[in-house]
Design a protein around this ligand. Sequence first.
Ligand SMILES: Nc1ncnc2c1ncn2[C@@H]1O[C@H](COP(=O)(O)OP(=O)(O)OP(=O)(O)O)[C@@H](O)[C@H]1O
Ligand SMILES: [Mg+2]
Length: 278
Amino acid sequence: MSAPLLTVEDLEVSFPGRTGFTRAVRNASFTLGRERLGIVGESGSGKTTMGRALLGLLPRTAQVTARTMSYDGTNLLTCTERDWQKLRGRRLSMVMQDPKYSLNPVMRVGRQIAETALLHLRTDRGDAKRRTLAMLEAVQIRDPELVYRLYPHQLSGGMGQRIMIAMMLIAEPDLLIADEPTSALDVTVQNEVLRILDDLVRVRGMGLVMISHNLTMVSSFCDRVLIMYAGRIVEECAASELQNAKHPYTQALIAATPSLDVRRTELATVTRDPEWLK
Ligand SMILES: Nc1ncnc2c1ncn2[C@@H]1O[C@H](COP(=O)(O)OP(=O)(O)OP(=O)(O)O)[C@@H](O)[C@H]1O
Ligand SMILES: [Mg+2]
């Protein structure tokens, strides 16, 4: 693995609630190089919260502590909102799980992407528009000129995801956190998006964190995988070794994954053991 872009040691994130704190991320440590790192784990295990913590995008009520959280020599723990704004977009970026909440509802989508290009790349309006149309085409939008003029509510779920991906990629970030970026896409478009991300990692040396529920996709696309359970990273392995994972939760997750080749009469369910929380 190349020198780490991101180093995280003992990251803890808690949210205050009526009955005390929810520890959404507990004691998480990992590094990321210019590679594809997958994060899998069941709903509520803390994947999105960890991604947001890395970009300074958690609500103010969240309590974030860590021994180390650094990106390419910058200590993220002492970043002010201004520092974050400088880092986000151009250097660090995140494709959000739900595009509906991330796009401006009253601005045409093409303009939103072009504004991002104008903000982060030294370019003029004409070039920003050209780049936007090329990026829309790259994420398999069939009629880029038409879609450029649409408002977010006029997009289907899959189109919304592709618009978000185009918006994040146009600024050419060094590190991209993609939260379920392809969950609403059919498999051919999903493969095209993965190919674009893969090119960015291999050609431009981008670091990619891919958060997903799709174990099959993560094991074939990523280099390494972190498995989260109840806020903890319970296991880390090479993606190609996921089948031989040791933690009982990971094994249960694999057993519960449907497969096209193996016909089962009944899919396994995951029975949680309180021991896994220890
Ligand atoms: N803003 C918030 N305020 C309070 N609790 C929160 C907040 N955001 C997340 N949580 C809690 O943190 C825990 C982890 O949530 P998170 O969204 O990170 O899970 P996830 O692994 O991304 O799940 P999913 O696969 O469903 O997207 C959950 O218990 C959730 O309720
Ligand atoms: Mg999530």
